[in-house]
Write a protein that binds this ligand. Structure first.
Ligand code: SF4
Length: 168
């Protein structure tokens, strides 16, 4: 395909603008596009890092107590530490574009607050986990949770992708 000088100039200008604004387009992480990879990684997070609870709409007291014990924390502290506020939880616009339709049905599945979490502060949604590489649910957690999240902007999302070396 032949590209005109004018079109080429426009393309270069757009790329430079993206780069200078930190919006350079990098590919979606493979696990957002490959259902089997996502499922395998989620199962590994369940088995090795206690990703859960299975049903966040239920109290799941045993689950939260076991997480609290691992962290030497109270059950309330454990229940307030969710993917939603984990440093590795990516809900940036560009990541949402990588995972279209993924949040459909969540309002129907979780019409009310889940135990221990206020929906008005932490919406129930999927994000991408940069530690374990799968689509994780904001109201769950795992034993590698770390505060400081979520990731809400494309620039930080891109940095995580570069840092983790996934599909770059
Ligand atoms: S590392 Fe963070 S975002 Fe990933 S599953 Fe664990 S709590 Fe959720």
């Amino acid at each position: 395909m032949k590209i005109s000088g004018l079109a080429l100039k426009k393309l270069i200008k757009e790329q430079l603008t993206d780069l200078s604004s930190g919006n350079e387009k990098i590919s979606c992480p493979s696990a957002t596009q490959d259902i089997k990879m996502n499922t395998d990684n989620r199962n590994a997070a369940r088995e090795n890092h206690s990703y859960g609870p299975l049903n966040p709409a239920k109290p799941s007291i045993e689950f939260w107590q076991s997480i609290a014990e691992k962290w030497n924390a109270t059950t309330d502290e454990a229940m307030s530490s969710r993917c939603a506020n984990c440093v590795a939880f990516d809900e940036s616009p560009r990541m949402k574009d990588c995972m279209p339709l993924v949040d459909e049905e969540l309002d129907r599945k979780f019409p009310d607050d889940v135990p221990g979490l206020d929906k008005s502060q932490h919406p129930i949604q999927f994000g991408y986990c940069w530690m374990h590489h799968f689509k994780c649910l904001s109201v769950r957690t795992c034993d590698t949770w770390a505060g400081g999240g979520p990731i809400t902007d494309n620039e930080t999302s891109n940095k995580w992708q570069t840092k983790t070396g996934v599909d770059t």
